[in-house]
Design a protein around this ligand. Structure first.
Ligand SMILES: Nc1ncnc2c1ncn2[C@@H]1O[C@H](COP(=O)(O)OP(=O)(O)O)[C@@H](O)[C@H]1O
Ligand SMILES: [Mg+2]
Length: 260
């Protein structure tokens, strides 16, 4: 093995705590082994050297596009690390979404590099959402296919709305409905922005509700933005209406949002 590659392998072992723990059967080790390709390893080692990521200690979520890990930075702060797969079957969808986004200039033909653009766009979306007072994880840094952000939770990640819905009462759903509609409105009217995948799966319940998963979010000047707004609004109204919330009329609400 080349010298540089060996160094990177060592660093990855440090990051996943392999030498201290020797838990070759841990979930973290398994997932890391399966999804950390050469690019991901190089990227993680770069973030490690810069102190942005000291260690990963758990798998939070495995998805078809990305995996999310719990980690810690050099100062001991907990971080969430979203690592996009550089090989994805979602290439076409990602390409279409990026092609419609006026903020994205050059579109690489190579899948790996396209995923880098996708990652950077999610980082920018997080910054933009926070700027318009929407509670989202604070974006800390990104590089290639890796996004590092504030960890929402304590030892364990905060639950998603979907995970706790059975424990909630109508009153809770009413509050959450107001919150979610407020997010849609603020993003659209003040931020000229739309989330595009707003659902019970992408809202974490913490001290306040936190909106995550900003990979599909885009700006209003995107030719797909109204379609995305409609989708968010419809999903949210349908979901909360099923939970017994006296929701607003979809068409009326949409009209209200679209008029300036
Ligand atoms: N900043 C975060 N803090 C804590 N948990 C997170 C954070 N970001 C994501 N997660 C967890 O990881 C899961 C997947 O992340 P998400 O961004 O929704 O990606 P996906 O595209 O796979 O849905 C979420 O449902 C949530 O449970
Ligand atoms: Mg999600």
């Amino acid at each position: 093995m080349a010298m540089r590659e060996e160094l990177i392998e060592r660093e990855i072992e440090d990051i996943i705590g392999l030498r201290e723990r020797r838990e070759k059967d841990s979930e973290l080790y398994k997932i890391a082994n399966e999804v950390f390709d050469k690019t991901t390893k190089e990227t993680l080692s770069y973030l490690h050297r810069r102190g942005k990521l000291k260690a990963l200690f758990g798998v939070v979520s495995t998805g078809k596009e990305a995996n999310v890990f719990a980690g810690v930075d050099a100062e001991g702060n907990r971080v969430a690390v979203k690592i996009y797969r550089t090989y994805t079957t979602e290439f076409r969808r990602i390409w279409e979404y990026l092609a419609a986004d006026p903020r994205v200039g050059y579109l690489p033909k190579d899948m790996r590099k396209l995923v880098f653009v996708w990652t950077r766009r999610e980082f920018k979306n997080l910054q933009r959402a926070i700027k318009y007072a929407v509670r989202a994880p604070e974006p800390l840094t990104f590089n290639n296919n890796v996004l590092v952000m504030e960890f929402i939770g304590d030892d364990a990640p905060a639950p998603r709305l979907k995970d706790v819905e059975r424990e909630l009462e109508v009153r809770d759903f009413e509050e959450l409905y107001d919150f979610t509609i407020g997010v849609i409105e603020r993003l659209w009217k003040r931020g000229d922005m739309v989330h595009g995948d707003l659902s019970e799966y992408n809202i974490l319940l913490w001290d306040v509700p936190v909106v995550i998963d900003w990979s599909q979010a885009t700006v209003r000047r995107n030719r797909m933005s109204v379609e995305l707004l409609e989708r968010d609004l419809r999903n949210v109204i349908t979901y909360f209406s099923r939970k017994g919330v006296p929701v607003e009329d979809y068409n009326e609400k949409l009209r209200e949002l679209l008029e300036r």
